[in-house]
Design a protein around this ligand. Structure first.
Ligand SMILES: Nc1ncnc2c1ncn2[C@@H]1O[C@H](COP(=O)(O)OP(=O)(O)O)[C@@H](O)[C@H]1O
Ligand SMILES: [Mg+2]
Length: 244
């Protein structure tokens, strides 16, 4: 299965969700390739602990400078997770047809190919979604981001790519106090079916910054495990906000 992780704005958590979901799926026995589609602003190499090791990237594969396997690096933070880095220059952004061909080929060697999309709806978006069977739209719990998610949902529908919503950086307290929109309002605005929520969790920021694994006992790790289970088709109920 080839999945793409998108959002309207930068910072919503696309790369975090790509990495966290990838690791959670690997723990469920899947062999996962994370493709960094964010040409010019790559981040999966840092988050997955391979920064500084990467010699080749997607642009090299598409240009024929190396076979795809040379641009795939195993993540030291999670067995069975592999990363194909993005080029450091936006000028080397792949064309949609090349991306589609590459991902179809890669899907023969991995159970899951997860593409980390750049923010926005420009050329980088078109390239990242070109090869995807399905999409996950990441939104923070605010109406501005949820409306971006709605726009992405429409673009994905037009391209016949089924999509689901991930709400990231949830802070239950302001919602319970009625100061922030609740999950139902966000889902209504985004007009996407929810696959899961992730809390604002310092452990996530720390793990990302240093390319370290997320501690298994933190709330975010449990949420990623639930999202992975739903991704695999299991019926896992949403946790109660008050308990979270
Ligand atoms: N749930 C979270 N809790 C704490 N920090 C987070 C969370 N999600 C993302 N972050 C942090 O926010 C920043 C932006 O996240 P990132 O995944 O890079 O966003 P994007 O890829 O959409 O631009 C990163 O520094 C990341 O560590
Ligand atoms: Mg990113």
């Amino acid at each position: 299965m080839i999945s793409v992780i998108t959002s309207g704005k930068g910072g919503a958590g696309k790369s975090t969700v790509s990495g966290g979901l990838g690791c959670a799926l690997a723990r469920r026995g899947r062999r996962v390739l994370l493709v960094d589609g964010d040409a010019g602003l790559r981040s999966l190499d840092v988050m997955l602990g391979i920064a500084g090791q990467a010699v080749y990237d997607i642009a090299d594969v598409i240009a024929g400078n190396c076979p795809p396997s040379d641009a795939v690096y195993p993540s030291p933070i999670c067995p069975n997770v592999f990363v194909m880095p993005a080029p450091v220059s936006l000028e080397r952004l792949a064309q949609p047809e090349d991306m589609q061909k590459l991902c179809r080929g890669l899907a023969n060697y991995y159970d899951e190919v997860i593409i980390d999309c750049p923010a926005g709806i420009g050329a980088g978006f078109e390239t990242a979604v070109a090869g995807a069977d399905r999409a996950f739209v990441v939104s923070t719990p605010d109406m501005v981001c949820a409306r971006d998610a709605q726009i992405l949902a429409r673009l994905l529908r037009e391209r016949e790519i089924p999509a689901r919503l991930v709400i990231n950086r949830l802070r239950p307290t302001p919602i319970l106090r009625g100061k922030m929109p609740d999950i139902d309002e966000l889902i209504d605005t985004a007009s996407l079916q929810l696959i899961g929520v992730l809390p604002e969790d310092e452990a996530v920021a720390v793990a990302n910054a240093y390319g370290k694994p997320l501690p298994m006992d933190c709330l975010a790790a449990r949420c990623f495990a639930n999202i992975a289970a739903r991704y695999l088709g299991e019926d896992v109920p949403l946790a109660d906000l008050k308990k979270a």
